[in-house]
Design a binder for this molecule. Sequence first.
Ligand code: MG
Length: 165
Amino acid sequence: MLKVGLGRDLHRLVKGRRFLLGGIEIPAKRGELGHSDGDALAHAVCDAILGAAALDDIGSLFPPSGQAWKDADSMELLRRAFAVAKEAGWRLINLDCVVSCEEPKILPFRDSIRKSLAQSLECSVDRIFVKGKTGEGLGPIGKGKAVEALAVCLLTNEQLTDNNE
Ligand code: MG
């Protein structure tokens, strides 16, 4: 069986915070505000995987009200979410993502982000893609006040031959 999942996240960008995407820190004037480290891409990917597996969502698995997840490493949250899906028999076929922010540019960091996500999702990097977009100066994204991440993934409950299994 194949199952598709969709995830979306949005974080405010403020001074004095790190700008993280898929576990990679990108030099920027502002970073993501959040209860955890604020990694919007990691959060969107979590929800895509959990949604495809019809298991849960990031908010109920790692409640922002809980002190346990304060300043949490979002890639650790992603590894835990993926472990839940794997435990239920799901394997990742591919993941495609769009990150929207006015700055910084994502392209120079794209391959590092892909590698980081591939490592956490225990797959080859060719199963993961990430694209950067701007907000064309419009809305909170275009004004540099927020970053948005979208992720879509495809899971299978059959064995994959090229996934280090
Ligand atoms: Mg979030």
